[in-house]
Design a protein around this ligand. Sequence first.
Ligand SMILES: [Zn+2]
Ligand SMILES: [Zn+2]
Length: 137
Amino acid sequence: MEKTAKCCCGSCIVKVKTDPVIHGVCHCNNCKKRTGSAFGISAYFKASEVELLSGHYHQYLLENEQGKQQRYFCSSCGTTLYWKAEIFNDLIGIAGGCFVDNPLPAPAFSSMNDNQCHWLSLADNIKLSFSQKDILN
Ligand SMILES: [Zn+2]
Ligand SMILES: [Zn+2]
C-alpha cells in the first residue's frame, strides 16, 4: 500500500509503494539528536520502491561506529526525511515519524536498548536487537 512521508513544512514528500523491509526504533544518541525526541524510527525500503516526489534537500555525511550515512533534510524546515546507509546499500532509510497521514505498522524491533530513556517503555512484542548487524539476520 502506498504511503507518503512529509517534512514539517510539507515541501519535501517521499512516496513508498510497500511496507518497509527493515523497521525499528533506535535509542542511540544520534537518533535522539536527529529527531529531537526520545528515539528514532528507522524504516528501510528497497530503493526501487521509493519515489522522491517533491522538495529541495540539503545533505550531510554522518560517520560513526555503524559506518557512513548520507542524510537528506529539507532545506526549508530542516526535517531529516531520508538517508542512505553504507551497510544497507540497496535500501533507503526514511524517518518513520514522518508518515503522519498514513502511519506505518508497528516497528518490529528496538535497538541500542542500553541507551533507552529510563521513563520509556515499548510494547512487549517489539523484539530487542542490539546492533544493526543483528537486524539483518
Ligand atoms: Zn520542510
Ligand atoms: Zn540510532
